[in-house]
Design a protein around this ligand. Structure first.
Ligand code: MG
Length: 349
């Protein structure tokens, strides 16, 4: 069996570190030949000659250029970054045709969908359902959300992840992004993708077929399983903990997210459904800024939605073609960030 030569972008982050654990468990199958994190020349790492597979695990829109460059250089990509498909889904789908050997989703939900779809014809898929833990504040009265601290928001109930995705889980921006990713990875229309709250994070996704049969994927919440699947692209013994249903435990489902508690979820999905590429670039840039501002104590948790709205508004004045190029996306992203920085300066003055 040949060894896959791996580049890890974002090696110091949560996904990067867990990927190293997976590599250590399979030294005969995987070898890290390049690694780096934010600020390195990610494109150079992603396109190096001694790389077969690139794990894109840096957060934010910065991962898009490296992903496209890797795919254009003939590399396979294991994608852990959300913003890549949120702002550049059309570019990545044009090259890859969606999820598969070339484009391997690292997220638990999208890895689960891939497994549920094994042996299923796409015409037989009626609906896809993603589960959401509900994040750190799912049980907090909505009236108390305005006063929550960053420390509290970073305590995710079921997953251990980096700060950006943990805050995005508390606002459910993360889940709205996963709906967008599902659309691009699996070619499913937005009106056939549902989200249900499932606090235990054991069922990761469900696929309903045209006859009403539902196929689900279950596993203990541990990212090493989807990371390993993406790196090896097959089921192989892993270090992830086993699901033991012989011990009594409840699996609960609480229905769709409540719009009052999770206004950002609705905002992002409305931007996606509008088909307006600028709105998603605006929301993505604004969310990176909003999370940073919340973590530094500059804004409150319930102000994040307002920042996202400001991002969408700022993107409206940026000229964009219907399926924007990488250059156009980068320019629009910069314009939105500049507009939001200007607003913040004006507000302080
Ligand atoms: Mg996920």
């Amino acid at each position: 069996m040949s060894t896959t030569r791996l580049a890890i972008l974002g090696v110091t982050g949560s996904i990067g570190r867990q990927a190293l654990d997976v590599v250590a468990a399979h030294p005969d199958r995987l070898r890290v030949t390049r690694s780096g994190h934010r600020g390195d020349d990610l494109v150079a790492l992603a396109t190096a000659d001694d790389v077969d597979l690139v794990l894109v695990a840096t957060p934010g829109v910065a991962g898009l250029e490296a992903t496209v460059a890797a795919l254009e250089a003939g590399k396979r990509v294991a994608l852990a970054n959300k913003e890549v498909l949120v702002v550049g889904g059309h570019l990545v789908r044009r090259i890859t045709g969606g999820a598969g050997d070339l484009l391997r989703p690292v997220d638990s939900e999208h890895c689960a969908i891939w497994q549920c779809l094994a042996g299923v014809q796409s015409r037989d898929v009626a609906r896809v359902t993603l589960t959401a833990s509900g994040g750190a504040f799912r049980d907090l009265p909505a009236s108390e959300l305005a006063g929550v601290t960053p420390e509290r928001a970073l305590r995710h109930p079921t997953w251990r992840m980096g700060p950006k995705v943990t805050i995005d889980s508390a606002t459910l921006v993360n889940k709205a992004y996963e709906v967008i990713e599902t659309h691009w990875l699996y070619g499913v229309d937005y009106d056939r993708i549902d989200v249900v709250l499932h606090p235990e994070s054991v069922v990761h996704a469900l696929v309903e077929l045209v006859d009403g049969a539902v196929i689900a994927q279950l596993a203990e919440p541990d990212m090493r399983l989807p990371i390993q699947y993406a790196l090896l692209w097959e089921h192989t013994p892993s270090r992830a903990p086993r699901l033991d249903l012989s011990r009594a435990r409840g699996l609960t489902f609480r229905g769709a997210p409540d719009a009052e508690r999770y206004p950002c979820f609705d905002l992002v999905l409305r931007a996606a459904r509008s088909g307006d590429a600028g709105a998603l670039i605006g929301v993505s840039a604004a969310d990176e800024i909003a999370v940073e501002r919340f973590l530094s104590g500059e804004i409150g948790f319930t102000d994040i939605a307002g920042t996202l709205r400001a991002g969408i508004a700022a993107a409206e004045s940026v000229p964009l073609s219907r399926d924007p190029s990488l250059e156009e996306i980068r320019a629009a992203d910069r314009a939105v960030r500049a507009a939001l920085a200007g607003e913040a300066t004006a507000a302080r003055a």
